[in-house]
Structure formats: C-alpha cells, structure tokens
Design a protein around this ligand. Structure first.
Ligand SMILES: Cc1cc2nc3c(=O)[nH]c(=O)nc-3n(C[C@H](O)[C@H](O)[C@H](O)COP(=O)(O)OP(=O)(O)OC[C@H]3O[C@@H](n4cnc5c(N)ncnc54)[C@H](O)[C@@H]3O)c2cc1C
Length: 203
C-alpha cells in the first residue's frame, strides 16, 4: 500500500501550492478533489479557443515582487486593467470607489468632505464591537458605501448573508476604502489568492 506524508483535500490554489512546496522538500503528497479538474475556483475552460473562467472572473493582484516572481515561474500572465462598473438598482458606480462615487452619493467634491461624511455615518451607526462582517464594514465605511457597494457584491459572490460572516481581524490592513472592499470579499477561507500564495510559500 502506498503511504503519503500529506493528504491534501482540494486540488486548488492552496492545495496545489502546498503539494508543490512539500514535494520540493522531499514529502510525498496525495491530492484529491471532488471536482473533475484542477485549480479550484480559478479553473478555466477552453471554449472555442477562449479561456473562460468557469466559476467567475479572477484577477491576480499582489504588491509583493517575491510572489509575482513565484507565480511567473509557472504561468505567463496577460496584462489587464480592471475597470468595472457596479449597477446598484439602476445606479452606475465605478469600482473601486473614487471621488466620482462620493460626489454622486453625497454631492461632495473633496476627499476631506467625503471623509467627513463617512465619519458622520460611522458615528451614527455607533458600532464599537462588530459581531459580523456587516457591522464591521459599516463601522469602517458607513452605511451608504456598505449598502450600495459591499453588501450585494459580497453576498452574491459567496452565496451567504454578510450577517453570517464573522468579523475579520484588520490589524494587518490599512483602513482605507479599497481595502475594505477587499476585506469584505474575504469569507470562509479567510484569504484571497495572493494571500494564500504568500502563506503557502512561506510554510
Ligand atoms: C466569482 C468569484 C470571483 C473571485 N475573484 C477573485 C479575484 O479576482 N481575485 C482574487 O484574488 N480572488 C478572487 N476570488 C476568490 C478566490 O476564488 C479564492 O480566494 C480562491 O479560489 C480560494 O482558493 P483555495 O485554494 O482556497 O480554494 P478554492 O479555489 O475555493 O477551491 C476549493 C477546492 O476544494 C475542493 N473541495 C472542497 N471540499 C472538498 C471535499 N470535502 N472533498 C474534495 N474536494 C473538496 C473543491 O472542489 C475545490 O476544487 C473570487 C471568488 C469568486 C467566487
């Protein structure tokens, strides 16, 4: 009977990177997955010559040169500029947030005015000890931004109510607005692609 050092459940980014790094260190791994393909959520299917993200579009973003070099040893990346628009009940907003949004939401013109508006809403919500992701997001960015740009996006993406996500430890993050939307999309597994890669490689 074959024996292994590690049984890895999930042939996804996490499992695959773990298996790769463990094998390099002389360990024997068995990787299993209930899906019939590798890659987990980032899997692409070739449809008539076009790579289609089966489970939704994925963009790799990192500010770490080390990570960037690491992933580039396996694949070549396409250069891509992400400029999405959000449609919230027929209102169109830029993502990530910018001054256009704040102007549209509150008629403000300067970053300072936007900051004050957010501060006003944070104070109004008076959440000091958030019990879930919803309360956490509101306590950081106020109700308008949460309702229009975070709530629906997060719940649709993960198929769960924001009330059912535990609040996250934000100690390692800067509390700026783009960060909040990223944090808000972190859910059960707790990390996004680049974070997962960085943890695994350091194992
Ligand atoms: C629509 C969408 C868009 C996203 N866009 C981005 C993006 O642009 N950039 C970004 O950084 N992140 C994005 N994410 C987040 C990203 O998909 C995840 O952070 C990442 O895929 C998590 O990787 P993972 O290796 O933890 O596992 P996953 O990719 O979640 O894969 C888990 C694997 O484990 C298998 N598995 C689970 N349980 C079992 C079991 N009991 N037995 C056998 N197999 C099992 C599953 O079949 C699956 O293949 C997006 C997510 C979604 C849903």
């Amino acid at each position: 009977m074959e024996t292994y050092d590690y049984l890895i459940v999930g042939a996804d980014l996490f499992g695959a990177t773990f298996a790769y790094e463990a094998k390099k260190r002389g360990k024997k791994c068995l990787v299993i997955d209930r899906r019939d393909h590798l890659g987990g959520n980032i899997y692409c299917e070739n449809v008539e010559g076009i790579n289609v993200h089966k489970y939704g579009a994925h963009i790799f973003h990192t500010s770490s040169k080390y990570l960037w070099d690491y992933v580039n040893q396996f694949v070549e990346f396409n250069r891509y500029t992400n400029s999405p628009l959000a449609n919230y009940n027929g209102e169109i907003y830029n993502l990530p947030f910018n001054m256009n949004i704040f102007n549209k939401l509150w008629g403000v013109v300067t970053p300072q005015e936007a900051k004050e508006k957010i501060e006003e809403q944070r104070k109004e919500a008076a959440i000091t000890r958030p019990r879930n992701l919803e309360e956490q997001a509101i306590s950081l960015v106020g109700t308008d931004i949460y309702e229009k740009l975070i709530k629906g996006y997060t719940e649709k993406q993960w198929g769960r109510k924001a009330l059912n996500f535990l609040p996250l430890s934000l100690t390692d993050y800067r509390y700026d607005l783009p960060t909040i939307i990223i944090i808000s999309t972190i859910r059960t597994k707790g990390f996004r692609l680049a974070d997962i890669m960085s943890l695994l490689i350091k194992c």
